[in-house]
Design a protein around this ligand. Sequence first.
Ligand SMILES: *Cc1c(COP(=O)(O)O)cnc(C)c1O
Length: 361
Amino acid sequence: MNRIYNFSAGPAILPESVLQKASQGVIEINGSGMSILEVSHRGKDYEAIHVETRERLLRVMGLSTDDYTALFIGGGASMQFAMLPMNFLNLGDTADYVHTGEWAIKAIREAKRFGNIHTAASSEDRNHSYIPNELNLTPDAKFIHITTNNTIEGTEWDGPDSTKGVPLVADASSDILSHSVDYSRYHLIYAGAQKNAGPAGVTLVVARKDYLEQANSDIPAILSYKTYANADSLYNTPPVFPIYVVGLVLKWIEEQGGLAAIDRRNREKAALIYDALDAHPDMYDTAVTDKKDRSLMNVTFRIKNIDLEKSFLDDAKARKMDGLKGHRNVGGFRASIYNAFPVDGCMALADYLNEFAAKNG
Ligand SMILES: *Cc1c(COP(=O)(O)O)cnc(C)c1O
């Protein structure tokens, strides 16, 4: 197969070696005479994959299995928008949310069904083109929720320096496992797998064990973190195949040299594209001007002369680049360059940005 440069925001590119191994697993797993799609989730072949993938996830994130646990849940990150407050808020409780974009507001809307939701900061005044510095935190909040990478707007951060003791919870759907960060700063972190960690169908939830002990028990079993924690995420049939592929992606990350190596490469990749955009300020607007807030995962930009938008996309297609159109709600362009996206694809886009500016400038 002749692979194109797939800049799609999600589901997104996976390492080719992972696709090869996953396709073998679809035919036969561990010489069992069965496909990964056919084995029992209670059988030894799957159980070994399940346990190993949970351990590997925590290891890659640098978290101890004494303090943290990894859960595999269905329903996408969108289900976590509701599940999180359902588990941690009771009538009269307050949670702080930082509103940094479209995914954050969806999380806020769901949370409002379960408690008092206080917006600790918002970047709405400038179209979410920056990360707010000042947070107005509620002292007795049950948790503070942030979105680490704003997939649509193209901003990224690891969260505030201090939360004054309030548990920090993060939606890291589009930048989990993408850079070096002290993951122990989060009490709970969740991510739909389909951007950086695997295929659609499983959501990774990594949480402090002592925090999960504080979760509500009087809620539907299938929406209770305790159910997943107590049953090692085997309460009901888990998304077997997506978890298997997440395991392959985690192995691939370790082979690359872990998150430190991934971090270096992602910074190099993003710099190639941002540098090309910054070199032609008459042609391009980077959506996020403050460099420290720029996402390493989703590079958002516009062409100043909107009449050129169509030819930009058409010529990109001819160069085997796909998925560059911005999110339908914000327009413009977006280059999503998750972990598996190759350096040479970023070079190709940088070259194209330079040539396009020279030709049309
Ligand atoms: C994609 C995305 C989501 C939604 O994920 P689903 O798994 O489709 O529910 C939520 N938050 C962020 C930051 C995302 O990028």
